[in-house]
Design a protein around this ligand. Structure first.
Ligand SMILES: Cc1cc2nc3c(=O)[nH]c(=O)nc-3n(C[C@H](O)[C@H](O)[C@H](O)COP(=O)(O)OP(=O)(O)OC[C@H]3O[C@@H](n4cnc5c(N)ncnc54)[C@H](O)[C@@H]3O)c2cc1C
Length: 372
């Protein structure tokens, strides 16, 4: 009989795990208290970025980027991926020095995807940018995609391979049963040989139920989107010393975000925007693209995201139970990594050595600070 796996959380990482485990022959049940893509995975900024990654994440981000190139082969949809490149802009000489250090660090690790560019090259790539910017750090081939469409495509392919989705079901009880797990919402009950925790900002609650606490905080990155503007921006732009991610879509609208936080209520499961944070973000935009001063903002929103103390996720086996795998805590940059999470989870489930280096993401790194 196929082994039964229950995945808690139908965001991108849960759907990625559902697809790969189904392909391995597991009988996959995936459960979400809301619906697939309701939280961070469906409402994010869609940035597909290797640029500026934590050194431990670089090999994973590069592998994920390779999957983004052939998304249609994997899930039958390109998920709106547009490899328009990303540039982190220096606003002054100190920023430029930071970016030069970063390029050296990345090259020292043996990677070549981040490239320092001078003022002339920056102006060529971003003609609408304010002229005080002395250069930037570019990553060609990065870009953006469509988040909700991505989750939908991965969900559809997982279902085609046999995964069964249960939406509107919140797992509140996790108990060992035999060699596996009994999970329950109170009304609905599930049995599993293997449990996969992809519960995003609520993954810490599952860890508590498993006797394996982690220092996870739920945060609320905010975004705003403008009216349609004439095309002026081909590349995704970030700032060096202030939060900013800035991109123009094919329909002319401009999405502005990059890490400014709103207010999160994990009990009501909502995130609210904060006007002062949005104003700060808008100021950064106007100082880099002065003509944006007159752009009208059509909508603002925030999403609930799991952030770890060290800003990198937990991906790997439980330190307490042989039949639990974690993949959560993507700290506001997990969308790009979605395509490889399922592969890593499948390797672990099949007791194969993962082909990607996941030791830095072990949940054990928190055990000194968070004893069970
Ligand atoms: C506004 C915003 C902008 C972002 N921009 C980018 C970006 O440009 N690029 C990038 O790479 N990343 C970005 N991110 C981060 C990225 O979206 C996340 O890292 C990623 O989507 C996390 O996916 P997940 O599957 O772990 O979590 P989620 O998508 O949050 O999924 C977790 C799911 O688990 C369910 N769940 C939780 N507990 C339970 C339970 N007990 N029972 C049943 N279901 C449960 C939830 O309902 C939820 O649907 C952004 C995030 C936000 C919020």
């Amino acid at each position: 009989m196929a082994r039964r796996v229950v995945i808690v959380g139908a965001g991108f990482h849960g759907c990625s795990a559902a697809l790969q485990l189904s392909l391995e022959g597991y009988k996959v049940t995936i459960i979400d208290k809301a619906y697939a893509g309701r939280h961070a995975s469906g409402v994010n900024a869609g940035g597909v970025r290797r640029l500026g990654r934590h050194p431990a994440e670089i090999p994973l981000a590069i592998a994920a980027w390779e999957r983004w190139q052939c998304m249609t082969d994997i899930v039958g949809d390109d998920c709106g991926f547009r490899p328009v490149g990303q540039v982190k802009v220096a606003e002054n000489d100190e920023d430029m020095a930071l970016l030069a250090d970063r390029e050296r660090q990345v090259r020292g690790l043996g990677f070549r995807h981040e490239k320092l560019i001078n003022r002339e090259e920056l102006q060529k790539r971003l003609p609408a940018l304010a002229h005080h910017c002395p250069g930037g750090l570019a990553c060609d081939g990065d870009g953006f995609a469509n988040p909700y469409r991505t989750v939908t495509a991965w969900r559809r392919e997982a279902e085609r391979q046999g995964a069964v989705f249960h939406e509107g079901v919140e797992i509140t009880i996790v108990e060992p049963r035999g060699n596996g797990w009994h999970l329950s919402s109170g009304n609905e009950h599930f049995e599993a040989d293997l449990l996969v925790n992809c519960a995003g900002a609520w993954a810490g609650e599952l860890c508590d139920l498993l006797g394996e606490p982690v220092p996870l905080t739920a945060e609320a990155p905010m975004l705003m989107i403008t009216e349609r503007l004439a095309p002026f921006l081909g590349t995704v732009v970030g700032a060096t010393s202030r939060p900013l991610s800035f991109k123009q879509f094919e329909n002319g609208t401009v999405l502005i975000g990059g890490g400014v936080r709103g207010v999160v209520d994990t009990v009501r499961h909502v995130a609210d925007t904060r006007l002062d944070g949005l104003a700060e973000n808008a100021d950064t935009v106007v100082s880099l693209f002065p003509f944006m001063q007159d752009a009208r903002i059509m909508r603002t929103w925030a999403g609930v995201e799991a952030v770890m103390q060290d800003q990198i996720p937990v991906i790997g086996p439980s330190s307490q139970h042989a039949n639990v795998i974690h993949a959560f805590g993507f700290s506001a940059h997990g969308y790009q990594l979605g395509p490889i999470t399922g592969e890593i989870v499948a390797d672990l489930a099949m007791e194969r050595e993962p082909t990607l280096p996941i030791a830095p993401f072990s949940i054990q790194r928190f055990q000194a600070t968070c004893p069970a």
